[in-house]
Ligand binder design. Structure first.
Ligand code: GDP
Length: 447
């Protein structure tokens, strides 16, 4: 599909080494010819694809010396012809050159329009485009890695496999409906049911990865709990390496949950310091306690802090422990600098927020409890949209399985087709205009 030329600055606004202006459409090379003067005798219209040519770039009221490269469609990001200029990385330089492309007829590209064209031209599936956005917007290395797997069509290939199987089943149903034979139909339905059950199991295998994928995307939520003055805020500060939480030796001063973000082995952890959980007549402190309870409820991992300088666990410690013991839990015995030689049953790590002792071990434990043993290169479901579509596909197939006992083949076929449609929302085949628009809204201009 050859569309009008669109242009945008592909690099972020600001000063830098280079900036890139990208033009995609039916005739970017013809446009480039009018604003690029290559060094030597070569003509722009004779440019070999995928090769950098040095020369002068026209910025309207000024010139810059830079590079030009031509990507020949369909072997290009968008599937169309693309030209890119690399100029010096100044905002006014890039903007001037972009304006010149507009003067020569290019239209300003909308958010994610290059990637959208790649999707519409069949270069990328919809899920792959979302992988690109995940990589660019990714706030941790783990998210970038997961986004890259999505971008490289790992999920799409799996989903297409499922769709193919469903298509085969649908074809079989069509044949049986067109040429009905009583005794064969019964056997056909029995076989169909088995196939559908296998497909549901395969979908469940994929949706099961969302538990980890969600953590990759949003971070592992960690609640640091313990009675007042055990050193929660101090430990949080130590982990983060700066003074974020308020540290005080007056019991009950950490009134609010304080969030800090920590990266362990490329993975984001959101740390919450909870107010001391205890009976109190103080209204503000009670609000803090309620919030603490909410945080504990939604946490993936709880860090339970005990102050060993007091000699052991008391009733108040035990009350906190009760609140968190059904979670993946790390029991931290803090203030070892004041309590050397004292041990506690069930302790996972001995720390001192004062000296930093035990911090590396604590980080390792956070990672282990957050993820358990996981295979590094597996593809994870990281988008809620994909999870929802798979759940809907599963529900349709389960309806079909149920229908196998009571309905004729053609009605079962309707549910199977619904399952196929739901899967198509991931790859993009059945995604509505509204879904597509929403996805590309997440992009920046120039991608
Ligand atoms: P929180 O109420 O549990 O958040 O406790 P804080 O972090 O506010 O600490 C309470 C007091 O204990 C403060 O005076 C800290 O300086 C002190 N403290 C915290 N951790 C340690 C530690 O590992 N060793 C020593 N000696 N003091 C600590």
């Amino acid at each position: 599909m050859m569309e009008e030329n669109i242009a945008a600055i592909a690099t972020p606004a600001g000063k830098g080494g280079v900036a890139i202006i990208r033009i995609s459409g039916k005739s970017p090379l013809a446009l480039a010819e009018k604003m690029f003067t290559p060094v030597g005798r070569v003509k722009v219209t004779d440019f070999e694809p995928y090769r950098m040519y040095p020369g002068r770039i026209d910025g309207g009221t000024f010139e810059d010396y830079g590079l030009c490269v031509y990507f020949k469609g369909p072997q290009s990001y968008t599937g169309e012809d693309i030209v890119e200029f690399q100029c010096h990385g100044g905002e006014s330089i890039a903007r001037g050159i972009l304006k010149q492309t507009f003067r020569l007829g290019a239209k300003p590209a909308g958010k994610g329009e290059f990637t959208k064209r790649a999707f519409l031209n069949g270069k990328l599936s919809l899920a792959s485009c979302e992988g690109v956005a995940d990589m660019i917007n990714g706030e941790s290395e783990a998210e970038v890695k997961a986004g890259y797997l999505l971008y490289s069509e790992k999920l799409t290939n799996k989903v297409r496999g499922l769709q193919d199987e469903l298509k085969t089943l649908l074809a079989g149903i069509d044949v049986s409906v067109d040429y009905p034979e009583e005794d064969i139909e019964e056997q056909h339905i029995a076989e169909l049911k088995v196939s559908l059950e296998e497909l549901v199991a395969k979908i469940e295998q994929i949706t099961a990865t969302y538990a980890v994928g969600k953590k990759i995307k949003s971070g592992v939520t960690v609640a640091i709990c313990g009675k007042p003055n055990t050193g929660k805020s101090s430990l949080l500060n130590r982990l983060l390496g700066y003074d974020k939480a308020i540290v005080s030796n007056v019991a009950g001063t950490t009134r609010d949950a304080v969030e800090g973000v920590l990266e362990i082995e490329g993975q984001r952890f959101n740390l919450y310091d909870t107010a001391g959980v205890r009976e109190s007549g103080d209204f503000i402190e009670n609000i803090g306690i309620e919030r603490a309870e909410n945080i504990i409820r939604s946490a993936d991992v709880a860090v339970f802090v005990v102050d060993m300088a007091q000699g052991g666990m008391d009733e108040e410690d035990k009350r906190v422990l009760e609140m968190v013991q059904d979670k993946p839990l790390i029991t931290v015995v803090n203030k070892v600098d004041l309590s050397e030689g004292i041990a506690l049953d069930g302790a996972d790590v001995y720390t001192s927020a004062l000296t930093g002792e035990g911090m590396e071990k604590l980080k390792q434990l956070l990672y282990q409890r957050g993820f358990g043993a996981r295979t590094e290169d597996a593809a994870f479901l990281i988008e809620q949209r994909h999870f929802d579509a798979l759940e809907r596909a599963k529900a349709s197939l389960q309806k079909a399985i149920h229908a196998c006992a009571v309905e004729p083949l053609d009605l079962i076929g309707i549910d199977v087709k619904e399952g196929w449609d739901a899967l198509g929302e991931i790859t993009g085949e059945t995604a509505t205009e509204a879904i597509i628009t929403e996805i590309f809204e997440k992009f920046c201009v120039g991608k």
